[in-house]
Write a protein that binds this ligand. Structure first.
Ligand code: PGA
Length: 245
């Protein structure tokens, strides 16, 4: 069984000064839990501040990366730049990127390959919108998105299942809903990666908080969570970490 990954997604929150204060507060109070890995996905500008101030053993990463290696791409951040800050992970294909920046599955796959080529572990996000779920097509939709998003991507990857209707809405999928998709994703990963699929972490994301994380992560195919709103305050993070004991 792989370690459980508690991945925090700050989205567009926290200045470098605020990131430092958050990291210092975490350092004072953080008690590592056996078998649980904590990682903070922060705005790129915050990463140096996190590198200098996070407690030992807590990792960090970016929230997006360019699909290109380097060059004339004004405003973009390369995988090599993220890696150079000490980042371990990068979130790719979050539904907010897919929706507001029209990112396609092919771009998500290209970004994930670029991340891997530079020694980062991509956290590739997939998940259906409400209309798809209401038609009962969530498994077929999500697996199609997964196939395109992992085309040509190596097995050093994390998959985050985030049903879009549960993100930031307070509506959490039930633990059984999460497991339904995680089990289907696991089968698809076996087809693509064979025996290595067993060690790929599948996260659930969407209104995860201290009160519901333990039940969701107790499911056999759910190996952690990607957390937005509840990642911003240190006491919530400590609560989620402790709940995974
Ligand atoms: P939420 O966000 O926890 O605020 O629902 C999750 C995410 O978007 O990764």
């Amino acid at each position: 069984m792989p370690n459980t990954l508690l991945a925090l997604n700050w989205k567009m929150n926290k200045t470098p000064t605020e990131a430092r204060a958050w990291a210092e507060e975490l350092k004072e109070k953080y008690v590592p839990v056996d078998g649980v890995e904590l990682a903070v996905m922060a705005p790129a500008l915050d990463l140096s501040s996190l590198a200098a101030n996070l407690p030992a053993g807590v990792e960090f990463g970016g929230q997006d990366v360019s699909e290109h290696e380097s060059g004339a791409y004004t405003g973009e951040i390369s995988a090599a730049m993220l890696k150079d800050t000490g980042a371990t992970y990068v979130v790719i294909g979050h539904s907010e990127r897919r929706d507001y920046h029209q990112e396609t599955d092919a771009q998500v796959a290209a970004k994930a390959k670029q991340a891997q080529a530079n020694g980062l572990v991509p956290i590739v996000c997939v998940g259906e919108k409400l209309d798809v779920r209401e038609k009962g097509e969530q498994v077929a939709f999500t697996l199609r998105q997964l196939e395109g998003s992992l085309a040509g991507v190596g097995a050093e990857v994390v998959v985050a299942y985030e049903p879009v209707w549960a993100i930031g809405t307070g509506k959490t999928a039930t633990a059984d809903d999460a497991e339904e998709l995680a089990a289907a994703i696991r089968e698809a990963l076996k087809q693509q990666y064979g025996a290595k699929a067993g060690s790929i972490r599948i996260l659930y994301g969407g209104s995860v908080k201290p009160e519901n994380i333990a039940e969701i992560c107790s499911k056999p195919n759910v190996n952690g969570a990607l957390v937005g709103g509840a990642s911003l305050k240190v006491p919530d993070v400590l609560g989620m970490n402790a709940a995974l004991k």
